[in-house]
Structure formats: structure tokens, C-alpha cells
Design a protein around this ligand. Structure first.
Ligand code: HEC
Ligand code: HEC
Length: 425
């Protein structure tokens, strides 16, 4: 909140603003789709009151896309994926492929228009939906992963809440399979590995609101109303994690599997036993390649891909390498060709070895030990027997042989009704 003090203070504030903004922009401009799993280094507080809405909007765009020219990056067939990782799942442009999640499009007047309603407009509708009241009741004692109780009163507060507590309202048809749309696949944005700080989240929401119409900016007031305090109070917000102005992220042999998975964002789409950040990914298969890879290469679908000349692996190790370096070679049944195609430029040979060694060592037992299970759309079906609390569980247990038919259904609704996958328990 702007405080009226002497003009000397204002000069200092303006100077500080300049330095802060310049250093933030320097950091984000150099930002390439790289994230850091470790805690941000303590840095000086940002005086949010001194950042203009336009400054926040620009910062939000950098956090989302990692570039100020996302369309240029798309035209080169790359990312554009910044530190916030949002475009991994959300579609912002017509040219962008990812469409697994609600479109976050807010350019009603532009040719890129995907929806007749912008994210800003839709946010106001969400809080009025009867389902929002249901989520309030469901999480009256605090949602288990974030601790928040859904209580957004305005569209802007809803957007803020979506970042801190994706489970506080799950858009119908987009929840984790088998959770009846009560659990979101979206990561909590202010927690590792994405770990945006409060100011960065306000910047992202500013971007979403102002992309629609600059006069719709309310993000900072929304944050303050939602949390009942000043954005810069209590010793100030932490500054964004310092971003190393390095070259493109490359997985190195000196890194651990956990570091490589974090750096390469595999966790956003895959669950992987033994990797602490990779517990919720629900876009690609559970990566238990000690079990999966040998079965894949024996499968009729893989043989067909070999015949067609796209797939070439004859050993489990080759299969895993092929899946990462050339994901389009073979599409795992039940999934879409959704994995990005540029990992071949992002691994050193030894870095790839480290990751493949880890993946090939994972099997069904490792997944169960880590509390992970297959997704409902995996042809093999879940590993563990469903727990009683899943309504369709008993029928499933009685008739295992039907599982495959049931779980490869494509329609979301069908999947949800029939699913036997136990979400994140
Ligand atoms: C791993 C995939 C994934 C990532 C990464 C992700 N989201 Fe989401 N997001 C989803 C899914 C799925 C939903 C719909 C389910 C739900 O409501 O939580 C969603 C819902 C939302 C919603 C609510 C949409 C609506 O219409 O009600 C907003 C806002 C949102 N995400 C913003 C973001 C932003 C901003 C980022 C980046 C900082 C981000 N998301 C990153 C998957 C993701
Ligand atoms: C944007 C989502 C996404 C990201 C990020 C992603 N993947 Fe995938 N991955 C998929 C999807 C979807 C499939 C299944 C379709 C296919 O076969 O291409 C898949 C398939 C695979 C398979 C084959 C699995 C099997 O059991 O047959 C492997 C191995 C794999 N991914 C490894 C990785 C690794 C390693 C990373 C990180 C370097 C990664 N993926 C990042 C979406 C993703």
C-alpha cells in the first residue's frame, strides 16, 4: 500500500524500484525453462507498492513464458515455458499445442481467440457456481495439501486462490482420474518445485487480468483481501529466487536423478518412484520402466510401430532412451502425443545415463512402496486393489478382467465414473 511520506522517501523508493525491476527483468530475460528445486536464496525485500501494474504484468508474462516473445518462441517450435511452468498444461495461444487443462486465454479481440470467455471473466463466474459452495464445505477445515479454506469472494481472489490451493476448486472434468473431480493435477504454485513467491504470484495474476483488459487489474488488492494483510507486510515478501543466467538447461552426469527430473520438469507429467518432486504428475504414465519397458517392446502396438518404421528399440534401455529422445516414435496406448520433443537437445550422454539408470530400476513394488499407482487410463490398470471407499471398487475387484476395457475409455466422464484409480492418498 502506498504510504504518503516525505519526497525524499519517494526518490529513494523510485530508485529502489528501478534497481529491483531492472534486476528482476535481467533475471527473467535470461531465464530459460529452468527451475531450481532448492530453496531460494534469501534476498532483499521487494517494495511491491512501488511496482506499477504494467511492471507486474510484464513480470508475470516472463514468469509464465520465460521470454517476452512467446509467439516467436512457438514459431521456432520451442517452449515457451518459464519458471511458473503454466504453459506445460495451459494453452495461452492458438499456436500452442497443450490443451490438457482449461485455456487461460484472455484475448477476446485477437485472432488467437480460443474461447468466447476470457480467464478474467470466467474467474468471476467460478465463485458463483454452486460447486464452489460444495468445495467450501468439503474443505471447511482446510484443504489437506495447502491448509487453505476456499473463501474467494471475487474473480481476482479466485485466481489467487487457484495458485495457492488448486484443490480449493477443481474445474469439472479436469480433476485427477478417480477423484470425482476433487483433486487437481495442478501443482501448488508457491511450493517446491515451482515455488513462486507471493509477488510473483500477484504478477502472474496481473498478467491474466490485464491480458484481457488493462483496466481489470485488481491482483494486488485481491491478494491483500484474500490473505487479510499487506502484500509487503511482515518483514516484506521474499524476493524471487535468483535465477542463474546460464545457457539452456542441460541434464548433466554430475547431477542426481532428482535434480534432473526437477530441471527437466518430468514431474509435471509423470509420477516416478524414488523422486520426491514427482508424486502427482498425471499426464503421462507412471514411470516404472523396469516393469513397463520390457512389456512395451513385446506389445503388439510397439511391434506395429516398428513395422511402420517409427520405433526401433530392442532392449528396455533403448526403449527408455527412445521415449525421451524421440517421444513420437511410439505413443503409449491410452495417452496422447503430449511429451515435448526437445529433450534430445537437453541431455549430455552421462546425464541421460543417470536418469535411465534410475527409471529402469523402478518397478511395481517400488511404486507401491512409494504410495504411487498407475493412472486409470493406463492399459495395465492400477497396481493396487482399490480401497473400499471408491464406490466402483468392489465391482472392480470382482471382475479384474474387465479392467482394461474400462480404463482405456477416452471420455473424461466415463473415466471418472469407472475409474478405480486411487488418487493421492
Ligand atoms: C501440471 C499441469 C498444470 C500446471 C503446470 C499448471 N496448471 Fe493450472 N490447472 C491445471 C488443471 C488440470 C486445472 C483444472 C483443474 C483445477 O481446477 O484445478 C488448472 C486450473 C487452473 C486455474 C483455474 C482455471 C479456471 O478456469 O477455473 C488457473 C487460474 C490456473 N490453473 C492457473 C495456472 C497458472 C497461472 C499456472 C502457472 C503458474 C498453472 N496454472 C500451472 C493444470 C496445471
Ligand atoms: C508435458 C508432459 C510430459 C513431460 C514434461 C514429460 N513427459 Fe514423458 N510422457 C508424456 C506422455 C503423455 C507420455 C505417453 C505418450 C507417449 O508415449 O509419448 C510419456 C511417455 C514417457 C515414457 C514412456 C513410458 C512408458 O512406460 O512406456 C518415458 C520413459 C517418459 N515419458 C519419460 C519422460 C522423462 C524422463 C521426462 C523428463 C525428461 C518426461 N517424460 C517428461 C508426457 C510428458
Amino acid at each position: 500500500m502506498a504510504k504518503k511520506k516525505g519526497s525524499g522517501v519517494i526518490v529513494v523508493k523510485v530508485a529502489l524500484w528501478y534497481i529491483t525491476i531492472l534486476s528482476i527483468f535481467a533475471a527473467y530475460t535470461n531465464w530459460l525453462p529452468q527451475i531450481r528445486g532448492d530453496a531460494p536464496e534469501a534476498a532483499e525485500a521487494i517494495d511491491v507498492s512501488a511496482i506499477t501494474p504494467e511492471g507486474l504484468q510484464e513480470m508475470g508474462g516472463m514468469i509464465i513464458f520465460g521470454t517476452d516473445d512467446p509467439l516467436g518462441t512457438l514459431a521456432r517450435g520451442e517452449g515457451p515455458i518459464g519458471k511458473g511452468q503454466c504453459p506445460l498444461c495451459h494453452r495461452f495461444f492458438m499456436e500452442q499445442k497443450a490443451d490438457r487443462c482449461p485455456n487461460l486465454i484472455a484475448l477476446k479481440t485477437e485472432p488467437q481467440l480460443l474461447l468466447q470467455v476470457s480467464e478474467e471473466e470466467r474467474s468471476h463466474e467460478r465463485v458463483k457456481e454452486p460447486r464452489y459452495e460444495e468445495f467450501k464445505k468439503l474443505h471447511a477445515d482446510g484443504e489437506k495439501n495447502s491448509g487453505h479454506v476456499p473463501h474467494a469472494e471475487t474473480g481476482g481472489q479466485y485466481l489467487i486462490e487457484s495458485e495457492y490451493c488448486p484443490n480449493c476448486f477443481v474445474v469439472e472434468g479436469f480433476g485427477l482420474k478417480g477423484t470425482n473431480d476433487t483433486e487437481s493435477p495442478m501443482p501448488i504454485i508457491n511450493k517446491p518445485p515451482i515455488l513462486l513467491v507471493d509477488t510473483e504470484i500477484v504478477a502472474v495474476v496481473s498478467f491474466l487480468q490485464m491480458r484481457d483488459d488493462p483496466t481489470k487489474w485488481t491482483a494486488k488488492d485481491d491478494w491483500e483481501a484474500y490473505f487479510g494483510k499487506d502484500l509487503a507486510s511482515e518483514g516484506g515478501d521474499e524476493a524471487p529466487a535468483e535465477v542463474k543466467p546460464a545457457g539452456p538447461p542441460v541434464a548433466l552426469g554430475s547431477e542426481t536423478p532428482e535434480e534432473i527430473v526437477t530441471k527437466m520438469t518430468c514431474y509435471a507429467c509423470h509420477k516416478i518412484p524414488g523422486i520426491s518432486v514427482a508424486k502427482t504428475g498425471a499426464i503421462g504414465p507412471l514411470l516404472i520402466e523396469g516393469t513397463n519397458a520390457p512389456n512395451r517392446i513385446k506389445s503388439p502396438e510397439y511391434k506395429a510401430a516398428m513395422k511402420a518404421g517409427t520405433a526401433h528399440a530392442t532392449t528396455a534401455r533403448e526403449y527408455i532412451i527412445e521415449s525421451i529422445m524421440d517421444p513420437g516414435a511410439f505413443i503409449v496406448p491410452g495417452f496422447a502425443d503430449d511429451m515435448m520433443k526437445d529433450f534430445k537437445h537437453k541431455f549430455t550422454v552421462s546425464g541421460l545415463d543417470v536418469l535411465v539408470d534410475h527409471l529402469i530400476a523402478q518397478d511395481e513394488a517400488a511404486a507401491l512402496a512409494d504410495g504411487l499407482d498407475r493412472l486409470a487410463n493406463e492399459k495395465e490398470g492400477p497396481i493396487k486393489k482399490p480401497e473400499a471407499k471408491v464406490e466402483t471398487g468392489e465391482a472392480f475387484a470382482k471382475n479384474q478382467s474387465k479392467t482394461n476395457e474400462m480404463t482405456i475409455q477416452v471420455s473424461n466422464k466415463k473415466l471418472i465414473e469407472n475409474s478405480t484409480f486411487i488418487g493421492l492418498n
